[in-house]
Design a protein around this ligand. Sequence first.
Ligand code: PEP
Ligand code: MG
Length: 567
Amino acid sequence: MLKGIAVSDGIGIGKAIIIKEKIPEYNDRTVSDISAEILRLDNALSEFCRSTELLARKIEQSVGANEADIIRGHISIVKDPYFIGECEKLIKEGKCAEAAFENVSDMFITIFSSAAEELIRQRAADMRDVKNSVLKNLMGIQSTQLSSLPGNSVIITEELTPSMISELDKGKISAFVTETGGVTSHSAIIAKMMEIPAVMSVQNAVSILNDGETIIVDGIKGTVIRSPDDAELKKYIDLQIGYNKEKQSLELFRGKPCTCASGERFDVFCNIGKAEEANAAVENDGEGIGLMRSEFLFMNRNTAPTEQQQFEEYKKAAIIAGGRPVIIRTLDVGGDKSIPYLGIPQEDNPFLGLRAVRYCLKNIPVFKQQIRAILRASCFGNIKIMFPMISEISELRKCKAVVEECKDELKEEGISFDRDIKTGIMVETPAAAICADILAKECDFFSIGTNDLTGYVMSCDRGNESVSELYSCFQPAVLRMIEQTIKCAKNEHIPVGMCGEAAADPLMIPILMSFGLDEFSVSPSSVLKVKKYISSFSIDKANNIRENVISMSTVNEIIQYIKNSYQ
Ligand code: PEP
Ligand code: MG
């Protein structure tokens, strides 16, 4: 059995198709006709842009606009004036177009690969994809014909490039296995959208596995089984049937209000990164947007989006949500989300540094631009403003003062906005959870950010594998913080939601129900699952679980106890 990272769930069974994308050696020569060589590169790049745009359109129709934008991102790489300038510089020094393009691409791959942020490191994979495609164009090589695969193919490849995926016929693929890539890589996102099981970062998969052998891909556990015996095959076919049945059973919950077994009502909202994703929220039955991570709009660009660009994006989310609440979180930069042009200095402890509102309150023009854009968009739907990383009441007051200042400006300019717009906070620092009684008096709502709260309460980095055993939302310390926060919100009669990953954890759900959480905000693909989990507990049963759990002292004890309650 080979192990990797589970990035797209489900069980895939089929025959291995090994894809070795090998670029033939080119003839590295010195050129004398500089303009002819530049023209050759121009033509190869134009061809690349043309075929990539075609692929993007295909993806737009079959998968979605967001995924198409990922592919279009490749076009912007080769249109970057600095990139082109560097290639031309090398050609002018006598290098052939292939060598010039490869050298400059490799330089970018090295820079991206050594970045501290995972998101930027993954851009190295995109750059490699672009490099291979353009080199093939320069050498007149046709790409691998992936569209004519036999049915039930399990694709085994070093790297699943977005352009490769877009050539594939979805109906013929049972699963993907790759040697590189992780949960947030572009190919993982697309595999998930295509609903094809995928396991990535499986070491040496291409050389270990053989073309044509039977492969089982467990996209839930992150394992790959080669040439299974009959018993193993039967076990996985049963698991596959069970998984597919479970998926179908979720359809029962579509279009119905979310109620638990004893009839109490809960809201299930969605977390999104871009306005476009509000479509997935609506399609998957989300009753609102509980978290729009606005920083996504600021990423992967060289300057901040203008007020008008932000306005368009927030307006789009509000319109797609069609009157459902849309909670826009103000810029949560810092921590692991670095946005170079915002000029945050290098910090020893970025998670404890100039992050989120701490940055915004020191950079008022950036903050005001965003608040103005949100206010302007508020006429087009039910928008609310949420401040991240609040740790004391004076921060909240300062943020609200900025909102008031922007309202006054807009009034003077005769621009309309929702004068009654609600403002709330993410409770994601221990300080906010402990002082939730003070904060609740001046907030219209709370949303508990367990991703950060868990890290801060347990004093362990949320992305550091070596302390991952401490990082659990089932830690008694974290559960107490959540309980305390919900209690304080209830005392002040304000709604309280949760937008951290814990809101979709089936083992956490009964505890949250019993604490009195009003709204669960989860990824669009988890909405129906969360509705199903909620429906399986009555409030009495949830209360009983909570009473027992809250007196337990270890994560293992708690998890084991709730697992047993599901049986
Ligand atoms: C959280 O911290 O729980 C949260 C939802 O915010 P993010 O993951 O964007 O930090
Ligand atoms: Mg957070």
